[in-house]
Design a protein around this ligand. Structure first.
Ligand code: UDX
Ligand code: ADP
Length: 460
């Protein structure tokens, strides 16, 4: 039975950073090194001012403060960390391919493959290699093949250990997971990872399966969660035309213990790095095996999500007398959900893009997202020139400034602070009529209507 003394994690992003920080906190006798080829990111993880950590997650600063320098290290020396580790987690990004076969659907495994080749080239002792990134089913096979065919005759055991944390609650989710899933073939390697999680997770919550079940379960969990959001969002549109209230419907169906109350919140559409990517992956795999009915079924979850974002933007345009040209529209929120600075696939990006096509002037306020990131997200779409994005979009650091003289406010992220604003003051500074489009059903309709706002919320 091997004892793990040193762990390396390749990739210091939204998954690798928080996950390995918690492992280090809970396993003080194990040395954990998180490496990344992005030296600026590593420098930010090492910043003595904890408010500069590159990932914003409630509670993460305390975990890092406790473990960093004790048994948690952030480094850009990837080779050294690989060489020294008994166990290596791969936690690099796997974006959807933007070129070639599977473009727009399959996961781009370039970064994973580069990691595998680097591990194979550097390792001079046996290693357990753990897939942490979300990956298409059977990636472990590819990993194994690269490691075994290009390595220096050392033994590699591959484990799949998908991460189920949700951003914004990552630290809580890592400390109290519903379950930990470990897929693998070698009992000793599996046990080594079980022993690590057993430091804080009850044994009955640690499930072990074969590699493929583990890989597939991650995609399926995200597909099921996203499907619930698309299901309730489909019903939100029906509610709007029939006079039902989607919150009331969610509550009524969620109290059925077979359905359950979670992930039934209607919204402007789900975002984040996982849902869309994982479903597209599932669709791609199904099509690869000629399972077209299966592929079409899951693809509909994405199509409905796209529809929801467009529908929200179209409603703004229609309500503002069919033209938003030159009108100032204030966006509250840009992150894909509250309590994170992550903007990947955020609905805000697509809603903004739609309004910018109509030459609206968008002013964005988000408490945690930088101006640089917002412009990067818009430029990445390639819909218009970077100059036009900067001409039409302004970033505000003060919410009241963002909303002054606006024709309309659009709530895109459910940040708590939006609820406690001085709405009377905001109303006084806006153009009349003053519209609010609440994509999160966050604000208080009664309060806003009494102040004279024209208030529209998803699903009402
Ligand atoms: C998700 C999974 O929850 C997590 O287990 C997996 O590891 C990664 O993907 P994440 O994307 O971080 O996590 O956040 P999540 O809370 O799942 O929200 C995803 C999106 O769905 C957000 O845009 C959120 O606003 C939206 N959502 C969620 C809704 O619109 N309604 C809901 O009821 C729940
Ligand atoms: P996730 O949400 O999956 O954590 P991120 O994009 O936040 O994704 O983080 C992935 C990190 O992996 C990035 O910081 C990136 O620089 C890093 N990375 C990608 N490929 C490599 C590599 N071959 N070696 C080291 N770091 C890498």
């Amino acid at each position: 039975m091997r004892t793990i003394k040193k762990i390396t994690c390749i990739g210091a992003g939204y998954v690798g950073g928080p996950t390995m920080s918690v492992v280090a906190q809970r396993c003080p006798e194990i040395e954990v090194t998180i490496v990344d080829s992005n030296t600026a990111r590593i420098a930010a993880w090492n910043d003595s001012d904890l408010s500069n950590l590159p990932v914003y997650e409630p509670g993460l600063d305390e975990v890092v403060a406790e473990a960093r320098g004790r048994n948690l290290f952030f480094s850009a020396d990837v080779d050294k960390a690989i060489e020294e580790a008994d166990m290596i987690f791969i936690s690099v990004n796997t974006p959807t391919k933007t070129y070639g076969k599977g473009k727009g659907q399959a996961a781009d495994l370039k970064f994973i493959e580069l990691c595998a080749r680097q591990i194979a080239a550097v390792a001079t002792s046996d290693k357990i290699v753990v897939e942490k990134s979300t990956l298409p089913v059977r990636t472990a096979e590819a990993l194994k093949s690269i490691l075994h065919n290009t390595g220096n005759d050392v033994k590699f055991h591959i484990l799949s250990n998908p991460e189920f944390l949700a951003e914004g609650t990552a630290v809580h989710d890592l400390q109290n997971p519903d379950r930990v899933l470990i897929g693998g073939e070698d009992d000793d390697a599996i046990q080594a990872l079980v022993d690590i999680y057993s430091h804080w997770v009850p044994r009955e919550k640690i499930i072990t399966t074969n590699l493929w079940s583990s890989e597939l379960s991650k995609l399926v969990a995200n597909a099921f969660l996203a499907q619930r959001v698309s299901s309730i969002n489909a019903i939100s549109e029906l509610c709007e035309v029939t006079g039902a209230d989607v919150n009331e419907v969610s509550r009524a169906i969620g109290m059925d213990s077979r359905i359950g109350p979670k992930f039934l919140k209607a919204s402007v559409g789900f975002g984040g790095s996982c849902f869309q990517k994982d479903i597209l992956n599932l669709v791609y795999i199904a099509r690869t095996y000629n399972l077209h009915a299966v592929a079409d079924y899951w693809e509909q979850v994405i199509l409905l999500n796209d529809h929801q974002k467009v529908r929200f933007a179209e409603n703004i345009i229609k309500t503002l007398y069919n033209t938003v040209n030159g009108k100032k529209i204030a966006f509250l929120g840009w992150a894909f959900k509250k309590d994170t600075n992550d903007t990947r696939e955020s609905a805000a990006i697509y809603v903004a893009d739609h309004l910018l096509n109509e030459e609206a002037e968008v002013v964005v306020y988000d408490p945690k997202v930088s101006a640089e990131q917002i412009y990067k997200d818009l430029d990445y779409l390639g819909t218009r020139s970077p100059e036009d994005n900067r001409r039409l979009v302004t970033i505000a650091t003060d919410p009241y400034e963002a909303m002054r003289d606006a024709h309309a406010i659009a709530v895109l992220t459910e940040w708590d602070e939006f609820m406690s604003y001085d709405w009377a003051k905001i109303k006084a500074g806006m153009k009349k009529p003053s519209f609010v489009f609440d994509g999160r059903k966050l604000l208080n309709r009664k309060q806003l209507e009494e102040l004279g706002f024209v208030y529209y919320a998803i699903g009402e």
